[in-house]
Design a protein. Structure first.
Length: 167
């Protein structure tokens, strides 16, 4: 799929590949859904499956919860950024052609810790998808190193917005 670039995205090619993210829901077994992010479009494939389509540069968070007859077997949260044709991307299951992985949390405790940070960002009246990608990378690195997780503040957000203007 391709889309013409918007007037706010100068310098992009005449057609830009979109990032397609698989979503699914099977009651009591599987939930694969977006926690945040604004897809350009959502395509319903059938009763259980959907596909979210993102423009280049869009940030989003996909959550995975799996269970079997005995309870939850997997918690996963990934914060990603859709890439332009000129960016290096990572191949990720269910994300075509791939995306820039900013944060990956596995396990209930790690996912709950990141969800608390997402809720705190929303409490500041900031859309998590509009926050700094560097914050999500830092959060992912701190999770991996088992260090205290930083808070996202209005000052950090203002610095991120000022830096974008200067680019």
């Amino acid at each position: 799929m391709t889309v013409s670039p918007s007037p706010t995205a100068p310098g992009l090619a005449a057609s830009v590949p979109l990032t397609r993210v698989s979503l699914a829901y099977i009651e009591t077994r599987l939930k694969l859904y977006l926690r945040f992010g604004e897809p350009a479009r959502i395509v319903t494939l059938d009763h259980w499956r959907r596909c979210a389509i993102f423009l280049p540069g869009a940030m989003f968070c996909r959550m995975l919860w799996e269970a079997n007859d005995y309870g939850t077997i997997r918690w996963q949260l990934m914060v990603m950024q859709a890439c332009t044709p000129f960016d290096a991307l990572q191949r990720l299951p269910g994300v075509q052609p791939g995306a820039r992985l900013l944060l990956k949390a596995e396990g209930e405790q790690a996912v709950q810790a990141v969800l608390q940070r997402i809720d705190a960002i929303e409490a500041l009246s900031i859309a998590p998808a509009a926050s700094s990608p560097a914050y999500w990378r830092t959060l992912g690195n701190r999770l991996a190193a088992r260090l205290p997780l930083p808070e996202y503040s209005m000052e950090r957000h203002a610095a991120w917005l000022a830096g974008r203007v200067l680019r």
